[in-house]
Design a binder for this molecule. Structure first.
Ligand SMILES: *[C@@H]1O[C@H](CO)[C@@H](O)[C@H](O)[C@H]1NC(C)=O
Ligand SMILES: *[C@@H]1O[C@H](CO)[C@@H](O)[C@H](O)[C@H]1NC(C)=O
Ligand SMILES: *[C@@H]1O[C@H](CO)[C@@H](O)[C@H](O)[C@H]1NC(C)=O
Ligand SMILES: *[C@@H]1O[C@H](CO)[C@@H](O)[C@H](O)[C@H]1NC(C)=O
Length: 755
């Protein structure tokens, strides 16, 4: 019997507020002030306007400039949203709400999150709901908001606005956004507005299935969307699932394609210590976490202070740094402030810290100097200048080569040596590419011998200053430099044609004899996937999702230049199989050294597939025994990559520290990843990632105990949010994961093990 779904009529709350006009015609509404900058504005433009008569605002902003409105008195915090009409060729702008009382700002809302089809010939209506900001879905935080800023990005923007109004209420049309089967007997329905699911029909293979319960959940940081978990009285089976409501008879439908023969042999009787391999918790690290709360939300285990600006970080006086070629070789106060303070709060939040020690000869001397002023390197000799400081140049001729002569380092730097380097753990960042990122202070390419000498000198100094410290080096930036130096193949040839990393390991082993102690604790590399996924179309997304195989798979030829022109003297040069390869290099050349990846990236922090790649990679890091890893750089905790960390470790509920082998017959690593673990008590956690964009996947988990599990998931039709609930896995252990979804299941009660 198909029953119907009733939609609750939405109550329109009677609001005490009226619309608050900011602009309708000719000038700003009374009570509003013009706080714009670097922007040409016409408040009575007649070339284009919304409606049948009147005027609009025409705006032409330079890079990072803005049209900005300030409410003269009071705040608009009680309004429900901002409505406006916009015309322009998809202007590259973002909208920010600000409080002049306490100088705070809301998260920026890129206009592209509201619409991607804005044209210059007519106006498009836009609405920002303060309960669910476009893009993140998070509410506008509480604040004394009194200013609205339309800021252009780096390319500037020209556009028109009309009818800019704060509205007292926004009516949400109730809507079912997605319906998906998940785990063994739960149908997850995401909704917005007030949808009543008290009477639904679920039909599995043509037969109505009894509903045994419904629980609702709204993620605290995206409360405008809800999920209802509809628990069925009987478990899923292969076939077709239909969800019925009056409005949408038998729609949408889902095919369950079973993968039988899958097995978790380890769990059939008991978990044996012999089958388990340790998972190092330090693999769940990031560079520069935002705050203590961020560390707890995502369960960040190690926080790295790294990147190009760190090479010139002067921690002794003033916490200055130099941006290198990332930003016109300008000095500034380090964004993160004092490294000592940073270590303190990071530790207080429960994370280890990984600090990069400058290992070149100079660090920034102040907050304001820069290496290439116009007075010394005239405008016609330099390719670009800083838009905020037109005197600071790029240090490059228009043809891209470095200007000459090289600047006097003392204009921006002060000397640095091993005496200065105390209280620190890692030995510099990518110094093998210092000649380009820091051409101003180190114009010569760094070769094998110089790199080794710098690592040894600073490792000795650091270990003297902090006896318990562990040293990670050489933090080599990419596949190319794993095997040679910036000098190139002549340098490799001069070192017996031994590729750089094996040579480096051999030399560090020799230094252990000289210094009577280990100077290198971790072989540290950076790993950036080389395949080109920048188009981010379906083909690029599928490539992104399967290229995690380069981390482990001996049969996967890298789908980039690495696969065809691998540039090294190693066996199987084009199959990256990064973790097994590096572990073998260590075993062959300096056994006992740990392995870390202090920079890596999913290749797209904003796309769901970047989050799924991160889930897969973190599973692989654990399974293949990586000792530490830190993501580059700081994933947004609300975005897909942040959610991957939350999935494994959020809010203290963590994937186990013992990896357990999973055997699934015919597992397709291009579209599937399954990782299992136990904690010290034997409680099981599973992470399953379904990388298929369209197909639900089901696994017959022989050996996984029936019983209560805590479920977290993100992606698929449910979207990018922190969804979670409790489920019961029935004894048939047939679990389903929706398309483009990552799920975490953690056993709640060990006494179910025996059942
Ligand atoms: C608004 O401010 C901008 C930037 O200061 C200025 O160029 C513009 O003339 C102002 N417009 C009006 C109408 O005051
Ligand atoms: C780049 O331009 C500079 C200045 O005109 C010149 O000295 C140099 O030879 C050029 N380099 C190349 C590679 O063309
Ligand atoms: C580092 O430089 C300082 C200041 O010039 C000097 O006193 C110190 O001896 C140097 N240390 C080393 C190891 O060269
Ligand atoms: C899951 O169950 C636990 C323990 O009974 C409870 O504390 C928690 O709130 C539940 N979580 C959800 C999302 O329902």
């Amino acid at each position: 019997m198909r029953t119907s779904v009733a939609f609750l009529a939405l109550l329109r709350l009677v609001s005490a507020l009226d619309d608050l006009n900011i602009y309708t015609d000719n000038s700003l509404a009374s009570g509003w002030e013009n706080w714009s900058w670097n922007t040409e504005i016409d408040f009575s433009a007649t070339d284009l306007f919304a409606g049948s008569s009147g005027t609009s605002i025409s705006i032409s902003s330079g890079a990072w400039a803005a049209l900005s409105f300030k409410l003269g008195q009071g705040t608009f915090a009680d309004y429900a949203g901002l409505r406006f009409e916009v015309a322009g060729n998809q202007p590259e702008i973002q909208i920010i709400f600000q409080s002049t009382a306490d100088d705070s700002s809301s998260p920026a809302v890129p206009l592209s999150e509201i619409s991607k089809t804005i044209v210059g010939t007519e106006f498009t209506s836009a609405l920002i709901d303060f309960k669910a900001l476009p893009g993140s879905g998070s509410p506008l935080p509480a604040g004394t908001w009194d200013r609205i800023t339309f800021q252009s990005f780096g390319n500037g923007a020209s556009y028109h606005l009309d009818n800019v109004v704060l509205v007292p209420e926004i009516t949400i049309t109730p809507e079912i956004l997605s319906v998906e089967p998940v785990t063994s007997n739960v149908v997850a329905v995401t909704t917005k507005g007030e949808v009543d699911l008290s009477t639904v029909g679920i039909i599995l293979n043509g037969k109505s299935v009894k509903v045994s319960g419904i629980s609702n959940y709204s993620p605290p940081d995206t409360p405008a969307k809800q999920i209802s978990y509809i628990t069925l009285a009987s478990p899923f089976a292969p076939g077709t699932l239909e969800f019925c409501s009056l409005e949408r008879p038998s729609s949408p439908t889902h095919s369950l394609k079973p993968r039988r023969a899958g097995a978790f042999p380890f769990l059939t009787s008991s978990v044996t210590a012999g089958a388990r391999t340790p998972i190092n918790p330090l693999i769940y690290g990031v560079n520069f976490p935002k705050s203590a709360q961020y560390i707890k939300t995502l369960g960040v285990t190690v926080s790295r202070w790294g990147g190009n600006a760190v090479t010139a970080y002067n921690g002794l006086d003033g916490h200055f740094t130099n941006a290198g070629n990332d930003w016109f070789f300008e000095n500034r106060v380090a964004n993160e402030g004092s490294a000592d303070d940073w270590i303190g709060w990071v530790k207080g939040a429960g994370s280890e810290s990984l600090l990069t020690v400058p290992a070149l000869d100079w660090v920034a001397k102040d907050a304001t100097s820069y290496s290439y002023p116009k007075s010394i390197y005239p405008w016609y000799e330099q390719s670009r200048f800083d838009p905020y400081n037109p005197d600071a140049g790029s240090g490059q001729f228009p043809n891209g080569t470095a200007v000459t002569p090289n600047p006097d380092p003392t204009t921006v730097y002060t000397g640095w040596n091993t005496t200065s380097a105390k209280n620190s753990q890692a030995i510099d960042n990518e110094i093998e590419i210092a000649h380009s990122t820091h051409q101003d202070m180190h114009p010569e390419p760094v070769g094998y011998d110089e790199e080794l000498k710098r690592v040894v000198d600073f490792a000795v100094a650091t270990k003297e200053a902090l006896p318990g410290v562990e040293v990670m080096a050489p933090s080599t930036c990419s596949w190319w430099f794993y095997w040679t130096s910036a000098i190139g193949w002549t340098d490799t040839a001069a070192h017996g044609n031994v590729d750089f990393l094996p040579w480096f390991l051999q030399q560090m082993k020799l230094t252990e004899r000289t210094y009577k102690k280990r100077l290198l604790d971790y072989l540290d590399i950076h790993y950036y996937f080389q395949p080109d996924t920048s188009k981010n179309d379906d083909t690029a997304k599928a490539l992104r999702l399967r290229m995690t195989r380069s981390l482990w798979d001996p049969t996967y030829v890298d789908e980039s230049w690495v696969g065809t022109d691998p540039q090294n003297h190693q066996t199987d040069p084009g199959t990256v199989k990064l973790l097994p390869r590096m572990k073998k290099l260590i075993a062959d050349n300096y056994p006992g050294t740990k392995l870390s990846v202090s920079e890596w990236s999913s290749t797209n922090d904003g796309d769901l597939t970047g989050g799924l790649v991160t889930v897969d990679a973190l599973g692989i890091f654990g399974k293949y025994g990586l000792d530490a890893a830190t993501y580059w750089a700081t994933p947004d905790e609300m975005g897909p990559v942040g959610l991957a960390y939350w999935l494994y470790r959020g809010f203290g509920t963590v994937f186990g520290n013992w990896g357990v082998p999973v055997n699934v017959n015919g597992l397709d690593p291009n579209t599937q990843g399954i990782y299992a673990s136990t904690d010290n008590s034997g409680k099981i956690s599973l992470v399953v990632v379904n990388k298929s964009p369209t197909a639900s996947q089901a696994f017959d988990l022989t050996g996984v105990p029936a019983g209560k599990y805590f479920l977290r998931h993100f992606g698929g039709g449910a979207g990018i949010a922190k969804w979670q609930t409790n489920v019961t896995l029935s004894s048939n252990r047939y679990i389903v994961v929706p398309p483009y979804t990552a799920a975490f299941l953690q056993q709640q009660r060990l006494d179910y093990l025996s059942k």
